[in-house]
Design a protein around this ligand. Structure first.
Ligand code: ATP
Length: 292
């Protein structure tokens, strides 16, 4: 399922998307109603400029007490690495990633960043260190400038242009009648799916978090746009610890490590070529996609 169908109202710092339509909104309300209380410990520490070394140490988690979703998950991600999670729907890829910004707390084990248990960090400061990019981009009615600066509210214009340039939005913006001050959204200029994704990427360049979670698009953009977006995301992930919730194998070939998640947990891990040759689950997924 999508990571943004998660309790998110407290995380303005990371939210980049929003469920669309009434069904999504109802679901959202349901979730914030039932959100387990996640709050700061009295002695929680403020973290800033984390490197992004992540460990999951024997992590257990379930949404309901009687139905475990993650059992004894352990993994280490070095700062700057890109890890892709693949596997069947419902295996827990999104759940693993949503524990990192503490949308939920583990029920057993621990998650650390730079050696610090994330439950010992001030929540807001933790979430400032994590950027989430997902397929449904939340844009509000306002100017392009305001929409990009959503990643960093006090950003100055030159920084906003720089972020736009790095997300390959510069030409588009320059060609709009009012440039950065062009109003987008319901009553303004409508952006295409690919342009919205670029805008989300520009937000992230501006926010500049050491850790990224990419919830990969399942709906296809046209091939050319897709390749361009992939390139922008690859640029964005340089120097950041990146967790990709992957749906298409073509986009994860360059991951430093691929985690194959199934009902049993992390069933396989390695680089693309290693896993293809290992002849296990990943190689069968790979075969199936190529023969599809
Ligand atoms: P997909 O590829 O379909 O996105 P996934 O591997 O990301 O799947 P998760 O979304 O992490 O899987 O779901 C793991 C399990 O947890 C599933 O059984 C799912 O139904 C359940 N689950 C996910 N979100 C919630 C929630 N908010 N409340 C209760 N159960 C949930």
């Amino acid at each position: 399922s999508n990571i943004f169908f998660r309790p998110i109202e407290k995380i303005n710092a990371v939210i980049e998307s929003y469920p669309k339509g009434l069904a999504g909104f109802k679901r959202y309300l349901e979730i914030i109603d039932t959100e387990p209380d996640i709050s700061d410990k009295p002695d929680a520490v403020e973290v800033s400029t984390l490197h992004g070394d992540i460990t999951f140490q024997n992590v257990f988690f379930g949404y309901d007490e009687d139905r475990p979703v993650l059992q004894n998950i352990s993994l280490k991600v070095k700062a700057g690495e890109t890890i892709a999670f693949v596997g069947p729907s419902g295996a827990g890829k999104t759940t693993i990633c949503s524990l990192l910004p503490r949308f939920y707390d583990v029920t057993g084990g621990a998650i650390t960043i730079d050696g610090i248990d994330i439950r010992d960090m001030k929540l807001e400061s933790l979430r400032k260190q994590i950027g989430i990019v997902q397929q449904d981009v939340f844009l509000f009615s306002g100017t392009i400038r305001e929409n990009i600066a959503y990643g960093k509210l006090d950003a100055k214009l030159p920084e906003i242009w720089e972020a736009a340039r790095r997300a390959h939005l510069e030409d588009l913006i320059q060609n709009l009648p009012e440039g950065m001050d062009t109003v987008i959204g319901e009553r303004g200029v409508k952006l295409s799916g690919g342009q919205k994704q670029r805008l989300a990427i520009a937000r992230m360049f501006l926010k500049n978090p050491p850790i990224l979670i990419l919830d990969e698009a399942t709906s296809a953009l046209d091939t050319e746009t897709e390749a361009a977006i992939q390139q922008s995301l690859a640029d964005l992930s340089v120097g950041r610890t990146t967790l990709v919730i992957a749906h298409r194998l073509t986009t994860i070939k360059n991951a430093d490590r691929i985690m194959v998640v199934n009902e049993e947990g992390i069933a396989e891990q390695g680089r693309h070529d290693e896993l293809v040759h290992a002849g296990g689950i990943y190689s069968r997924l790979h075969q199936a996609q190529y023969n599809a």
